[in-house]
Write a protein that binds this ligand. Structure first.
Ligand code: SAH
Ligand code: SF4
Ligand code: F3S
Length: 436
């Protein structure tokens, strides 16, 4: 039997695309192989959101070249966001001409044909589309996790934040139909899935051909038997509606957690980022969310060193972090992406200044995360158990409704169950507990 291995970089959309790619390979009778250097087919699903991701990709890709000299018919595939960019496509064709198959974020449905053609003819295969009007097929993927599933609700992005490459790699925004999504989730529930993560670059702008919006979709999913937890990602502050806030009050299965990327705390920077909200409006959304759901955990994404960011602008970001008191935050150093407006802004920030600000931001964020997590000590939380520790098989880990990672010990196998855990200790990124 022929085997495959998939290496995935980037966000949860890519993770889910990899699940679909695995589904295609298994339907073609390929078997999963743990070791990328032994598999007959290797797929690298790439990300181009920051330069670091580019570098890691090319470094890793280079390591597979030797396999072409080994006996057997090793097949190397590259897909995801990198080859969506014409310059990268060129680079792969020229410097990595031994790569067999290249496809994009919008041509995953072609993969079976490409692979068959490559096996049959030995010839290289390319399939990239910038804006495929057809929606990909969903529901035949191979899930990474047994009890939780990633479910696409929108594809692409229309927001064009000035720093971001995603609208260029994923194309224009498209929504699936609510009916298709609900049918898929019913099937997942029947297959034992308890938690769904609804995915889109901006789920708030979900609107299907029948006019159903995101809050309507959440209420529909909330009514599906067997689904205990609903999460979504990512929600853009500019169009977070009052109806969505009401869902946090009314929908018992909607988790009390929202990821609400702020990016910066200075109005001047937010404007230059093309985010379409200001600090006051963001803070108002946070206030209304907490009014509707006092226990809600809030996390965010922040970029430091955006072109033109002054010390004062940066301090506005720090003060916003202290005002909101995030449960957690992903912090990024601004990375210029070729083809995006901000990459050609003239006032780029020197690397040492970016790094110094980054360190200060991380310290502020971590201090607050630690304080927030300390509030959990002594509480009993429902934890959906996701796995067992590799080092010690009596230690389990799972998440609270508020997305806190909890490690605890149990005498019997509780993976996939929701159990009550008493929190005994807290750290910056996780909680410790015991079965209650
Ligand atoms: N659609 C999501 C974000 C997807 S990208 C949203 O709008 O919230 C994930 C995060 O990467 C972004 O929120 C941003 O903080 C960060 N990011 C995107 N482009 C970046 C760049 N050029 N440099 C540094 N960080 C970036
Ligand atoms: Fe990028 Fe902005 Fe779209 Fe998010 S909303 S994917 S940050 S352009
Ligand atoms: Fe990366 Fe593409 Fe996601 S650039 S963050 S994999 S949409």
């Amino acid at each position: 039997m022929k085997t495959y291995h998939i290496i995935t970089y980037g966000c949860q959309m890519n993770e889910h695309d990899s699940e679909n790619i695995a589904g295609i390979l298994e339907a073609m009778d390929y078997e999963y192989c743990d070791d990328p250097f032994k598999a007959d087919v290797v797929v690298m699903n790439t990300c181009s959101v920051r330069e670091h991701a580019d570098k890691r990709f090319f470094g890793m890709l280079g390591q597979f070249k030797v396999r072409k000299k080994e006996p057997g018919d090793f097949i190397m595939c590259v897909c995801g966001c990198m080859p969506q960019q014409p310059v990268i496509q060129e680079k792969i064709r020229k410097q990595f001409s031994w790569v067999d198959i290249v496809f994009g974020t919008q041509t995953i449905g072609d993969f079976a044909r490409l692979l068959n053609d490559r096996v049959r003819t030995g010839r290289h295969q390319f399939s990239i589309m910038a804006n495929n009007p057809a929606l990909p097929e969903e529901g035949n993927g191979k899930r990474l996790h047994e009890y939780k599933a990633l479910v696409n609700i929108t594809y692409g992005c229309n927001n064009f934040c000035t720093y971001c490459i995603v609208p260029y790699t994923r194309g224009r925004e498209k929504s699936r139909s609510m009916e298709d999504i609900v049918t898929e989730i019913r099937g997942l529930a029947a297959d034992g899935v308890k938690e769904v993560m609804l995915l889109g670059q901006n789920v708030n702008s979900f609107r299907d051909a029948n006019g159903n919006g995101f809050p309507t979709l959440i209420r529909a999913v909330n009514g599906i038997d067997g689904i205990e937890r609903i999460r979504f990602m990512t929600s853009h502050p500019k169009d977070l509606s009052e109806e969505l806030i009401a869902c946090f009050r009314d929908c018992e299965h909607l988790c009390k957690h929202i990821h609400l990327p702020v990016q910066a705390g200075s109005d001047r920077v937010l404007k230059r980022m093309n985010r379409h909200y200001d600090r006051a409006r963001y803070l108002d959304v946070v206030r209304r969310l907490r009014e509707a759901c006092p226990e809600i955990a809030i996390s965010t994404d922040i970029i430091v060193g955006f072109p033109g960011e002054t010390e004062e602008d940066f301090e506005d970001t720090l003060s916003l972090v202290r005002e909101v008191r995030y449960d957690s935050a992903f912090t990024f150093i601004y990375s210029p992406r070729e083809g995006t407006p901000a990459a050609s802004f003239e006032d780029q920030i020197p690397e040492d200044v970016k790094h110094a600000r980054f360190e200060r931001l991380v310290d502020a964020v971590n201090e607050i995360s630690l304080e927030k997590n300390a509030l959990y000590q002594g509480k009993v939380c429902d934890v959906l158990v996701e796995g067992r520790s590799k080092k010690d098989d009596a230690t389990y880990s799972g998440r609270t409704d508020t997305f806190k990672l909890v490690n605890f010990r149990a005498g019997c196998d509780v993976v996939g169950e929701t159990v009550a855990v008493r929190i005994t200790d807290s750290k910056t990124f996780s909680l410790e507990g015991e079965l209650a």
